[in-house]
Design a protein around this ligand. Structure first.
Ligand code: NAD
Length: 251
């Protein structure tokens, strides 16, 4: 693993980390790419598109109610990969004159629960809802249904999960693009590289001169400079501990 350090071409000033469902898999949250192409036994069209919501809002609400309930259940919490990222961000920002950006495709809150700050949730957040009419965003822990009353417009049926569905524009793109153009080291963790635009971030970073690293259980077909395969809970703590030593950070 240390080999990647010798391949870093220029002094590190800016690090971008992109995480996907794989970083939360060992916390007990299933990933999205099941071999049958379904997400928790549902087709993507039914539960993760605006058309699916229009056709059967009850089904879609129920799907996200179950995901929300599972996320809030006792057995679920951050794993060692989330914790290592939060720890690294904290010491890097305290001790190093550089920028650290954590972008996640995940809609869970496990990065925050591990202590990460300013996480860019490009696909939304499970524990938030949004008003169709005003765009206002609310914390949402309780189940939603078609009779939920919106807190801003007081109407029935205006609240939807604050999730970016297929066919919708991801969130935080200007901030993400900006961090990619100045990035020296780009690390993708537990993402299949199949969902755009996130799948193209490593190429954008590479074009701007960044060294690109993938940490994944199974190596993807993407052309990263360094590919590390194994469990995130094992590789992420080791990777960031070595990076911290390389940068001279006291841990
Ligand atoms: P994905 O499910 O398409 O791919 C998961 C990737 O993680 C795979 O490449 C797999 O090899 C890897 N992986 C699985 N277990 C791992 C482990 N223990 N350590 C390291 N790597 C591991 O995920 P994606 O690329 O993030 O795209 C899925 C979309 O579905 C995202 O947009 C996300 O919003 C949504 N989603 C989110 C969650 C969540 O919030 N936790 C869970 C499922 C799906």
């Amino acid at each position: 693993m240390q080999e990647f350090l010798s391949r870093l071409q220029r002094p590190l000033q800016s690090i971008v980390v992109l995480t996907g469902a794989g970083v939360s898999a060992e916390s007990g949250i299933p990933t999205f790419r099941a071999s049958d192409g379904l997400w928790e036994n549902h087709s993507i069209e039914d539960v993760a598109t605006p058309g699916g919501f229009k056709q059967d809002p009850n089904l879609v609400h129920e799907f996200y109610n179950q995901r929300r309930e599972a996320l809030l259940s006792h057995g679920i919490g951050p794993n060692q990969a989330h914790s290592a990222l939060a720890r690294f961000q904290s010491i890097f920002e305290d001790q190093y004159p550089g920028n650290f950006t954590l972008v996640t495709q995940n809609v869970d809150n496990l990065h925050e629960r591990a202590g990460s700050l300013n996480v860019l949730h490009m696909h939304g957040e499970l524990l938030k809802s949004r008003c169709y009419q005003t765009g206002s965003i609310f914390n949402q822990q309780k189940p939603l249904n078609v009779d939920s009353v919106c807190r801003c417009c007081r109407s029935l049926g205006n609240l939807r999960p604050h999730i970016v569905w297929f066919g919708e524009l991801p969130l935080e793109i200007p901030k993400i693009e900006n961090s990619l153009t100045t990035c020296d080291l780009f690390i993708a963790i537990g993402t299949s590289g199949l969902v755009y635009p996130a799948a193209g971030f490593y190429e954008q970073a590479k074009k701007c001169g960044a060294h690109t690293v993938e940490i994944n259980l199974a190596t993807t077909t993407s052309n990263f400079d360094t590919q590390l395969s194994g469990y995130a809970s094992d590789l992420v703590p080791r990777f960031f501990s070595q990076l911290a030593s390389f940068l001279g950070l006291a841990t």
